[in-house]
Design a protein around this ligand. Sequence first.
Ligand SMILES: [Zn+2]
Ligand SMILES: [Zn+2]
Length: 275
Amino acid sequence: MSEHPSSVTVRGPLFKERGPLRLAFDALLDLIYPLRCVLCGGTLDGLAPDKLPSREIGICPDCRRLLVTDKSLLCPYCGEIGDIPADGSRCADCRNHRAAFERIVSLGPYTGYLRSRILLMKTEISGYTAEAMARLIWAARSETLRQSGCDLCVPVPRHYLRRLRRGVNDASFLARELGRMLDIPFDDRLLRRVRATPPQSRLGRSARLANVAGAFAVAPKRAKRLAGRRVLLVDDILTTGATAGECVRVLKEAGAAGCVVAVCARAGRNQYFGP
Ligand SMILES: [Zn+2]
Ligand SMILES: [Zn+2]
């Protein structure tokens, strides 16, 4: 498996549903370019497109194994890895720090291969890695996501200056794809970042809370969409939960009935999560 794929054949967002035309097109493409894993560039030998579950196209079994942590090892509420009570109740950590959101859905801890794919995803303007990550979240956590009962998918917004610098909001790609998987509306204009904030990395918990206070707002013209909705708030990484918590506070103030957070990875509360 190559760490940094340079030439990856990607069946992109043009063909989401695989009708007969799509299957024929895929078969033709396979003759020209072997189907490759979007995340690692490895070939998907032996896994013909029509044998793959339609919503997991392009992700090889090795990537799935390396990126997805068994959910029995993660706290179902805060997503932290560690001593998880067998009865499905909260871990000791989040019993003391109740978050504004109900639970976190993640692939696992922000380390190793998952961290490297997220760092790639953050800079990629095509959105292919983000889409693949969203499909992986869906493949691994669809039961929890369905049970969350969310009916609106919203990404954590980036300030426009950051979007100018990076070119993309990877959370927006993730949220659009997760919304499509869950078959619920996606809205990346509902929540706005109204104040640029210094990066959260290297800040302690209380400094993070102060840093994001008042940084988000619901767009007044779209606020009526929120009334009584349960929101799936999507971001790439969650650390202390300060950013997500502030988003949820603003969403609930504007009428949201509840919030579940979906992220690719959960960084430990005291973990540095640069680049
Ligand atoms: Zn792979
Ligand atoms: Zn917990």
